[in-house]
Each structure stands twice: as C-alpha cells, then as structure tokens.
Design a protein. Structure first.
Length: 304
C-alpha cells in the first residue's frame, strides 16, 4: 500500500486547519467542515483505487461505510432536534428530541403588578429619563455620556442585584424610567416583555403565536423595541410590527409587514429595530430588490 498518500493528505488537512484557526478566519467552522469532507473524499478514493486490496474487500468496506452513514443520518433525523447553532458558528446544535427546551413556555412567565415606587438597589447607577429608548441609545450611536462606571473590575467587580431567566433571542433592552423592555422567544410564542429595572420583576407581556428559527442565528426575535411618547414599537422576527402602551402592554395596533405587502422573509429573519421619525414608524421590507423601507403612522399604524 502507498501509505505516504493518506499520510500526506492528513498532514495537509491538519496544517490547513491549524493555520485557519490561528488567523481567526470568519465563518471558519463551515470551512473546516469542507476540509474534513474533502479529506474523507481523498482518503476514500485512495482506498478504492490505490490500496491494492481485493475488489471484494474494498466493496465490502464501502458498503459498510455507506450503511453507517445512512443509519447516522436517519438516527439524527428521528431522535434529535436542532436548537440554534454552536456559538453562532452555523453548525447546528443537536439535542435529543425528548430533552427539555432551554426556554420555558410563555405561561411560566410570572407577571407581577408594578410597585408604586420600587426601591433602588444599593449602588445602582441612576439613568436619566429616556437614557436608552431604542437600539444603541437615544441617537443610535451606542454612546452614553455622563454615566459613572467603574473601569477596574478586578479590584471592584460588579455585584449581581437580581437574576431573571428570559427566553431566546437577540434583542437588547430599551430602557425608560423604571422599565426595561425586550423581546424573547418562549416555546412557540414570541413575546414583548417589560421588566421592572430595580427588581427584575416581569410587569407585563404581549404574545404573538409565532416562532422564527434559523441555523446560524438560532431561534427567536432579533430586533430591539423602540420607546416613544409612552408607546412601545417592536418588530418580530417574522415581520409582525406591534405598538403597545408602555405602562400596561395593551395592544394599540399591529401590522403584518411581510404578509400585507406580499414579501418573503429574509433568511436571517426580520432584524430591524423600528425607527421613529416625524410621527412615522420606519422599518425595512423583505427579500426583494425594490422598496426596502416601509413607513406607518406612529399613532394609528396606517401605511404611508
């Protein structure tokens, strides 16, 4: 047998993998999978055509390998489900179908009435009114000024004040006064939830019976709510645009942005955080080449 051939293939594949990891190449996991598949193909060709074994022996091992791969494929399909990806890499994270989901159902979210004046935790840094009403802050720059922060966390680390489990998703928090509002996925429900900033208690929640799932980004909503003049504007991953009362979570109006405009969703889901401009709510469209922005009256939801 010509053993130097498979040895060379394995050395080159290993060297390429080490080099790519050292260079921090974006989306390296799919590339490494491709290297692995190419390596397996070359080794298979070497075994079939260059080992010198009897053809019956070669065919037997090929059939055994094919049977193993087929059994593995059907086993994965039957007994596992996908829950997002491994570290946002695009490689599916597989779990047993009977294992509990990471997020609880929407009904497990315990809502509590808002206190008249919740006490501020000791050491909490007060935020000015309207400090963070939308994605990346008041002017969408990601910068806040005049907020005292401790920079040396080795000597003076932050202390946990409260802990509240939430659902899946990529949404950040929009903050107004004592309210911290975000979007999350709990089982088959996509929620907009208001938490009390000093205590972490859930004050209200609005539910839409939808679930968006995608291999690279995982499940759940992507956008961040926008707070404006006592209202909450939120775009769900499937294209549902809601306007709610900030104080109570009561629905004021709702639009199915994609369905009403006969648009297909993007492969990564609707990720635009609503933009408020001149009494209009501006959002992006779907997967099409023309007319990428849509505007609605902020007060009524009427298309403009």
């Amino acid at each position: 047998m010509r053993w130097w051939m498979p040895a060379t293939v394995l050395v080159l594949a290993g060297a390429a993998s080490v080099y790519l990891r050292s260079r921090e190449v974006p989306f390296i996991e799919p590339i490494l999978i491709g290297i692995g598949l190419l390596t397996a193909l070359l080794l298979g060709l070497w075994y079939i055509f260059l080992t010198g074994l009897r053809w019956r022996t070669r065919l037997l091992l090929v059939l055994i390998s094919a049977g193993f791969l087929a059994g593995l494929y059907f086993g994965v399909q039957r007994f596992t489900r996908m829950e997002g990806s491994i570290g946002g890499s695009g490689i599916p994270r597989l779990v047993w179908k009977w294992s509990p989901r990471r997020e609880g159902p929407a009904r497990a979210l315990k809502l509590e009435p808002e206190a008249a004046s919740p006490a501020q935790p000791a050491g909490a840094v007060p935020l000015p009114e309207g400090a963070f009403p939308q994605f990346l802050g008041p002017d969408r720059s990601g910068i806040l000024t005049g907020i005292p922060l401790r920079c040396d966390w080795d000597r003076s680390p932050p202390k946990a004040i409260w802990r509240q489990p939430i659902g899946l998703g990529w949404s950040a928090f929009a903050v107004s006064g004592q309210h911290a509002i975000t979007q999350e996925q709990r089982r088959e429900d996509e929620l907009i939830v208001c938490y009390e900033l000093p205590t972490g208690r859930a004050l209200w929640a609005h539910t839409n019976r939808v679930r968006f799932s995608e291999t690279l980004g995982g499940d759940g909503p992507r956008a961040t709510p926008t707070l404006h003049q006592g209202c909450v504007y939120a775009m769900g991953a499937t294209g549902i645009l809601d306007c709610l009362e900030e104080a109570t979570g009561k629905l004021i109006w709702s639009r199915d942005v994609l369905g009403e405009n006969h648009l297909s969703n993007l492969s990564w889901g609707k990720s635009c955080s609503p933009l408020l401009a001149q009494d209009l709510v501006v959002v992006t469209g779907g997967e099409q080449r023309e007319k990428t922005l849509l505007a609605y009256e902020a007060a009524t939801g009427k298309p403009v």
